[in-house]
Design a protein around this ligand. Structure first.
Ligand code: SF4
Length: 625
């Protein structure tokens, strides 16, 4: 087993590289080491967990860390399956520093017993994005055409699209390659804008990597099965099948995957029309959910994807087969929610059109959908005009008389035009410094209403993040990293101080998985078993856990979360609280007190609520207690 973490330190400005070693025990994985390297070099760090290549399912997630262009603070993003091939390089982490003199494709290869080979090949990104399949797909094809023939086994490619150049929320995409075939199962390090970081800060448009290094990955199934039997009275495979059921198929719901299970169960908690559903009656919300989603959007998904069993993995052997496909379109809940109901789209053809455009352009899909939905409301309310955005037409942005097929497609076309206008910087559309700065400038010209209907988490001076798509205050918490599940997103009412503590607890548990490169869909055993595994394999269980607590505190020490800037954020929480009382029948006196406070003085109540969450976070994530 590795006793050192091997880091390939690459200076893109000179092409110079070396391998640094860090003792396991001082650091444990891509997050704590990434935090250390980011603080030292402002690097983009891409790495695998210690269990990559092992027999444990879900341990081949590729983890990206660095200071995020859109969030403004340290961020962690991850991509399914991509560490399986990365492990063949015989390193644990790539740390990218400096800026290449010209835009380049980076080639990394390593044959067993030899040194890492690295080359930088100049590329004209705009020309490549415009050819063949376009955008990120064309960039992958280009990198594969340049270097694919040099690999003894299938490599993998990380690529960015035009959104990485034009905005601060460009993502990094990759797809598994099998027997020389580039598949259509996109995997994404979407959140945090690391595509923008890779291209704008390092001038790297794609990285192709692979090799044939065989290292001492843990592969003793008999021993590992015994650990699981001792804990769960089940072997690994059986426990994993149980833990990942939601992502495969849920008998009772007759659907599966994040899209299927969430849309089947959200009911009146579903968010639509740029969060305007929070102002509707429960009856109206249930009508939208029943008529537009259960009877159409979800039904299409179940007929086309679930019944035909179009399901794939992210590239690693995994029984969860969570990638629910309709031919080349992959249906995940969050992008198909922001570029679905949130944008007034309730039809699969329309959602596929908009999601595919966002993917091709290389956007973080969740944030792209949040921006599209916000601009649609601005157009609908005439805060801005189509010509301001360099587009034509206005969306149909009300459930009244909504034609679920025709109006969804109409809205998808407007959404697609908005994304194209962002890339081409049409009209007032300049997102190069992010949506929050753009919104601020626009609201100075067009009035505060523009800003007031944009829902985002704010960080430091310009950082922003479209929240995870759950109607719960946890999604708007002042955590040091927002936009992923480093917070409590349960739908029950939790008093805000307690919510802050739960957020902190969630952060530590998620770090256990991210620092080991485990896909969180396996958290049903991962949170508990990973520290045990560190104990069994390295004798470092206590050190691992104290390192996690220390890393969480260090991440939180930079917490520059900013109090909610838009009125819609305040209303999101206020309406949530009322729904808990009026719909769920919650009679908790603490809930009633908060509702009365919000009714009486929403501004002051929201500020207090926000600070109470913050207190719970701060008291839980102190380095010294
Ligand atoms: S659950 Fe999905 S993303 Fe996670 S390892 Fe399995 S196939 Fe990959």
């Amino acid at each position: 087993m590795d006793t050192n973490l091997k880091v390939l330190m690459v200076d893109a400005s000179s092409g110079y590289y070396r391998v640094n070693r860090y003792r396991v025990g001082d650091f444990f994985g891509p997050v704590d080491l990434g935090l250390h390297l980011s603080a030292k070099h402002n690097s983009l760090n891409i790495g695998a967990g210690l269990l990559a290549g092992s027999i444990f399912p879900g341990t081949n997630r590729l983890i990206f860390t660095g200071f995020s262009p859109c969030w403004g603070g340290f961020y962690v993003s991850s991509m399914g399956g991509a560490a399986l091939v990365f492990d063949n390089l015989g390193i644990n982490l790539l740390s990218l520093m400096g800026r290449a003199p010209v835009p380049s494709v980076m080639y990394l290869n390593r044959l067993h017993g030899e040194e890492v080979e690295l080359e930088l090949c100049p590329v004209d990104p705009a020309a490549v994005w415009g050819q063949g399949r376009g955008g990120i797909y064309a960039m992958m094809d280009h990198a594969y055409g340049l270097f694919g023939h040099r690999y003894a086994t299938d490599p993998r490619i990380l690529a960015v699209g035009p959104a990485a150049l034009a905005t601060d929320f460009g993502a990094i995409a990759s797809v598994p390659i099998t027997k020389g075939e580039i598949s259509c199962v996109d995997t994404w390090a979407g959140r945090g804008g690391f595509g923008t970081k890779m291209l704008r800060e390092h001038n790297i448009a794609a990285i192709i990597y692979g090799g044939t290094v065989v290292d001492e990955d843990f592969r003793d199934r008999k021993v590992a099965d015994q650990w699981f039997v001792d804990k769960y009275e089940k072997r690994i495979a059986a426990k994993d099948i149980e833990a990942t059921a939601k992502y495969r198929f849920v008998e009772k719901l007759e659907t599966g995957g994040t899209f299927g299970v969430n849309f089947a169960t959200l009911a009146g908690a579903m968010i639509s029309f740029n969060y305007r559903s929070i102002y509707m009656s429960e009856e109206e919300r249930l009508r939208i959910h029943k008529e537009f989603v259960l009877d159409h959007y979800l039904k299409q998904f179940n007929d086309e994807t679930i019944k035909t069993k179009q399901q794939k993995t992210c590239g690693e052997p995994c029984g969860a087969v969570c990638k629910k496909m309709n031919h080349e379109f992959k249906k995940d809940y969050e992008p198909y929610q922001t570029m679905g109901p949130l944008s007034g789209i309730f039809d699969q053809r329309a959602a596929e059109k908009l999601n595919h455009r966002a993917d091709l352009l290389g956007f973080d899909g969740i944030s792209a959908g949040g921006v599209v939905a916000w601009l649609m409301e601005c157009l609908n309310e005439q805060y801005i005009l189509p010509e301001d955005l360099g587009i034509t037409g206005v969306p149909r942005f009300s459930p009244e008389g909504f034609d679920v097929v025709a109006d969804s497609m109409h809205n998808a076309e407007i959404g697609t035009a908005i994304l194209d206008a962002i890339i081409e910087k049409k009209g007032v559309m300049d997102f190069s410094e992010g949506a929050r700065k753009f919104a601020r400038r626009l609201s100075r010209d067009r009035g505060a209403a523009v800003m007031d209907c944009f829902v985002y988490n704010a960080y430091a001076r310009t950082g922003w993040m479209v929240p995870n798509q759950y109607w719960t205050p946890g999604a708007l918490s002042p955590m040091a990293i927002m936009g992923k599940y480093y917070m409590h997103y349960g739908s029950e009412f939790v008093p805000p101080r307690e919510l802050g503590r739960k957020n902190a607890d969630r952060l530590r548990k998620e770090l256990v998985m991210d620092n080991m490169g485990l896909c969180r869909f396996h958290r049903g055993w991962g949170e508990e078993m990973l520290p045990e595994i560190m104990g069994s394999l390295y004798g470092l269980k206590d050190e691992f856990l104290s390192n996690i607590a220390f890393t969480a505190a260090r991440i939180n020490s930079r917490n520059s979360s900013i109090y909610w800037e838009s009125k819609r954020n305040v209303d999101f929480v206020h309406q949530f609280l009322k729904r808990k009382r009026d719909v769920d029948g919650n009679t908790d006196p603490a809930l009633q007190t908060w509702i009365e406070f919000f009714d009486r003085d929403p501004g002051e109540a929201a500020l207090s609520f926000w600070y109470e969450i913050h207190k719970g976070i701060t008291e839980s994530l102190r380095e010294f207690k």
